[in-house]
Design a protein around this ligand. Structure first.
Ligand code: F6P
Length: 538
């Protein structure tokens, strides 16, 4: 696949940006085109997307799509889906899409995938049925992709939770994560799931060892019955004392693994039918990505928008604002998905890239963010495209007067969501601010000065994604949308989105530093690290 800047369309985009992209004004665009919303809103499985509040027009999109075609994006996508070794630095295929293909589909490894899924779902059900003894608490120990996906999904699907079992997620090597969880538990009624693709991750193994020691000290006897593993290194799990280990394949990347046996806590929490619905939603998005013409292909359009903002407008971050409390961990999940995938500085041949890659992805559940950092989004010096996620129908599970009150609150939530994207786009001129009375404003400050403080630049772009309801199926589609969008921008940037060498150096240095906390030997360390070591180990 051709790198984006090696295509002749790149220069055309640069010229287009200089001519009309840089000065693009959203307010003028809406005023000039009554059909803008219809032209720039799109349907995808389980989702509606309004892209009209973005700094693009038909000409921009046409050029971006031409760039994608000229670079060979479609062929690259087909290679990915067919199982070509697109993760070339690790010599691996990348086939998380195969994990959500239905039984009997002409998809790579389908028979093995279905057998693994059936076994995992059956185990989840056996736990719920008490076939492993009376289990009241499940503690999932993992980190990164072996934590963020399952934890985010279990939280998001709160309305689909089966009653009776408590789930806990422990990831941090900081004992302040594990200790308060253990304090709530009875060893006889606890199941630990140790989730680690490699089964070598320091944080996870330390927590697993601590949990095992606690279990034995707290009267537990049967480690093999109370500890299970989800890992592609089942031999290491066995050495730990685990004989129930659900394996998976090296072609499942950590940050794409919630669809595999790593999703065990999801299956325990919401049951087999809901887990299958999650997979089905993701599969529907896979099909959309695989076969919808690029002009209406939502992951492609979002990926192109990301490139437009990053490399032409120079925006360095994107904020995600889910207007659903269940999705409050989505930004953290997306940080790994996007920044571990596309936070790279060299192309496939190892050549340094002359342009920016992964934006900083950050956010918080709306409306909480509004009362914290939205100030910066509206009036700060940096433009940050915002992605709003609105859910039409809530699933509060309430009745009577409470249901009515919460329905009203939901309208407030949605009104807030729309108001924010409207405010970001519209802004407010100093002249407009001058005509207003602000009750809390200083009575002595010059009115013109005050108006400048109270004006908003506007023209700040946003995307709004709309789900009918947050269900296993729609959540599956939403996550898959993000996965493919990250692939699209990464492919155009010419990078390997599927390795993560950048996490290695810190791990190696940590292993070298660890014994120095005992020996206090600072020999060969830089002055800062030596000084900090002395302070922390004294
Ligand atoms: O350190 C980064 C990383 O390798 C992630 O890519 C991965 O999701 C995480 O660590 C956990 O790895 P494992 O599942 O092997 O414990």
């Amino acid at each position: 696949m051709k790198r984006c800047d090696h295509s002749p369309v790149w220069a055309q985009l640069q010229a287009h940006f200089a001519a009309s992209g840089r000065g693009f004004d959203l307010r003028e665009a809406f005023a000039a085109d009554a059909g803008r919303f219809e032209a720039l809103s799109f349907e995808a499985p389980e989702l509606f997307a309004d892209l009209s509040k973005n700094r693009v027009d038909g000409a921009t999109l046409a050029l971006l799509l031409q760039l994608a075609r000229d670079c060979g994006l479609e062929a690259r996508r087909d290679e990915l889906l067919a199982g070509a070794p697109v993760n070339h630095t690790e010599g691996r295929a990348v086939l998380h899409t195969a994990l959500r293909a239905p039984a009997g589909a002409a998809s790579p490894f389908n028979a093995e995938v279905q057998a693994s899924l059936d076994a995992m779902l059956a185990f989840a059900q056996s736990v719920r049925r008490g076939e492993r003894g009376e289990i009241t608490d499940v503690v999932h120990i993992g980190i990164g992709g072996s934590d963020l996906g399952p934890a985010m999904v279990v939280q998001a699907l709160e309305a689909d939770r089966l009653p009776g079992l408590r789930l806990h997620f422990v990831s941090n090597v900081d004992g302040h994560d594990l200790a308060p969880v253990l304090r709530q538990l009875d060893a006889r009624h606890t199941l630990f799931v140790i989730a680690s693709k490699t089964f070598t991750t320091q944080e996870t193994l330390a927590n697993a060892q601590a949990a095992k020691a606690w279990f034995l000290a707290a009267g537990g006897t049967d480690v093999a019955r109370h500890f299970v593993a989800t890992s592609s290194n089942t031999a290491a799990a066995a050495a730990f004392g685990i004989d129930t280990a659900f394996g998976f394949w090296d072609w499942v990347g950590g940050r794409y693994s919630l669809w595999s046996v790593i999703g065990l806590p999801i299956a325990i929490a919401v049951g087999a039918e809901n887990f299958r619905a999650l997979l089905a939603g993701a599969h529907a998005m896979d099909q959309h990505f695989a076969s919808t013409p690029l002009e209406r292909n939502l992951p492609v359009l979002l990926g192109l928008l990301d490139l437009w903002y990053r490399n032409f407008h120079g925006f360095t971050s994107r904020s995600v604002a889910p207007y659903h409390q269940g999705l409050r961990r989505l930004p953290a999940y997306l940080q790994q998905l996007e920044m571990e995938s596309n936070g790279k500085g060299v192309d496939l041949e190892g050549q340094a890239l002359p342009y920016g890659t992964s934006p900083v992805v950050w956010g918080e559940a709306g409306t909480n963010g509004q009362h914290a950092y939205f100030q910066m989004l509206h009036q700060g010096t940096d433009v940050v495209p915002v992605e709003f996620i609105a859910v039409k129908h809530p699933r509060h599970g309430a009745s009577g007067e409470l249901a009515e009150r919460l329905a009203d609150q939901h309208r407030k939530l949605l009104a807030n969501c729309l108001a924010q994207s409207q405010a970001l786009m519209q802004g407010k001129t100093a002249a407009e601010a001058l005509t207003e009375k602000a009750p809390t404003a200083s009575a002595t400050l010059d009115r013109e000065v005050l108006a400048r403080h109270r004006s908003f630049p506007g023209n700040r772009p946003s995307t709004t994604l709309v789900l009918e309801a947050l269900t296993p199926r729609s959540l599956g589609a939403l996550i898959a949308l993000y996965e493919h969008r990250v692939f699209v921008s990464g492919a155009l940037w010419g990078i390997n989105s599927f390795d993560q060498w950048g996490v290695e150096l810190g791990k190696a240095l940590c292993n070298q530093l660890l014994p120095r906390f005992e020996s206090r030997d600072a020999m060969g360390l830089d002055g800062s690290t030596a000084g900090l070591l002395a302070r922390l180990s004294a």
